[in-house]
Design a protein around this ligand. Structure first.
Ligand code: UFG
Length: 346
């Protein structure tokens, strides 16, 4: 493998103050990559940038603006001619909200991507990592799901923006010498080992892990389990949960692949999960084991739009990105709990 000097490869991380973005910036800076963050803080807080500096000892360059603003984005790229890659996280991500406000999702997620691509073309930035999602598969017919599995009709506008974005990038990459990698995330959970950065859900969380940790912290009366009559061994739905730091490391593996010239084609797609499926009940048991807290649980009916089960075939990412998820479910739950406790103590 070629050894690059990371200091020569400045990387723009859009949405770098967000949940996955902030963990990725930490891993990039730990490896010596100079980072520029653009974030409008619509789903984050400004202290996150300070915390990244605290963890890594390096303050990333930070610009606060909305990438859906075409002129501002063009101006940003014009003033940053030395960027070597973009990792594009900035997007709205709440599946439920996207059902009620589809246009908000199409406008924001697609406008930001198009402006970033325009800026990259104008500035000659040739490498892109895109934040995609396993939701592009819908409910797969065969498990574990592979990158070659069909991308089915989207179940939500959010998922549809990820499908459309992948297609936009695929066609764009062949038109102007762009190399791109889309990472299809499974279910990111947990927080940084320092408990200084983590997920900051706005309002009442929709996702399982923040709801679990908030319930254990006494912020909710009980955890609702959405359905125990699924055709799974214990009746609850199954997902592939991956620790956010493992997920962050996959982005570094992806940019290194492009910088080393190892891409097999202009546009590549990789599943980023652990390859293990866990049921909602197993996640709860893991949390109770590591936290020593018993969760009040209420079994309710299925949540509309939820798929039964999905987990990843990660062999392509393991082989091609030379990357592997390392953290166990217990480690994921413990770090999520430590983060919740640090939030409660603030
Ligand atoms: N669940 C509960 N109770 C809750 C919350 C969730 O039982 O309070 C269940 C859900 O029904 C589901 C499982 O826990 O079976 C996981 O639900 P999440 O909401 O945590 O995650 P999803 O798989 O629905 O979706 C998440 C993100 C999406 C992302 C997708 C795949 O919300 O943005 O993973 O990457 F696209």
């Amino acid at each position: 493998m070629t050894e690059i000097n990371p200091g020569d490869f400045k990387i723009l991380v859009t949405g770098g103050a967000g949940y996955i973005g902030s963990h990725t910036v930490v891993e990039l800076q730990k490896q010596g990559f100079p980072v520029v963050i653009v974030d409008n803080l619509s789903n984050s807080r400004d202290f996150v940038v300070d915390r990244i500096a605290e963890i890594t000892g390096v303050a990333p360059e930070f610009h606060r603006f909305d990438l859906a603003d075409r002129d501002k984005t063009a101006g940003f790229f014009a003033s940053h001619p030395d960027l070597k890659a973009v990792i594009h996280f900035a997007a709205f991500k709440a599946v439920g909200e996207s059902m009620g406000e589809p246009l908000k999702y199409y406008l924001n997620n697609l406008d930001a991507l198009l402006n970033v691509l325009q800026g990259m073309r104008a500035a000659g930035v040739e490498n892109l990592v895109f934040s995609s999602s396993c939701t592009v598969y819908g409910q797969p017919d065969d498990l574990p799901v592979r990158e070659t599995s069909p991308v089915k009709d989207a179940w939500s506008p959010y998922a549809n923006t990820k499908q459309m974005s992948e297609q936009i990038i695929r066609f764009t990459s062949s038109s102007f010498g762009l190399r791109a990698i889309a990472l299809r995330y499974f279910n990111p959970v947990g927080a940084h080992e320092t408990a200084r950065i983590g997920e900051l859900p706005l309002g009442i969380p929709n996702n399982l892990t923040p709801f679990i940790t908030q319930t254990a912290a006494g912020l909710h009366e009980c955890l609702k389990v959405f359905g125990d009559d699924y055709p799974t061994p214990d009746g609850t739905a199954i997902r592939d949960y991956i620790h956010v730091t493992d997920l962050a490391r996959a982005h570094i593996a992806a940019v290194r692949r492009m910088f080393d010239g190892r891409s097999a084609s202009d546009f590549e797609v990789f599943n980023v999960g652990t390859g293990n499926g866990y049921s909602v009940k197993e996640v709860i048991q893991s949390f109770e084991r590591v936290s020593g807290k018993k969760l009040p649980v209420d079994i309710v009916s299925r949540r509309p739009g939820d798929i039964v089960q999905v987990w990843a075939d990660t062999s392509l990412a393991n082989r091609e990105l030379c990357w592997e998820a390392e953290k166990t479910l217990d480690e994921m739950m413990l770090s999520a709990w430590e983060w919740q406790q640090s939030l409660s103590n603030q």
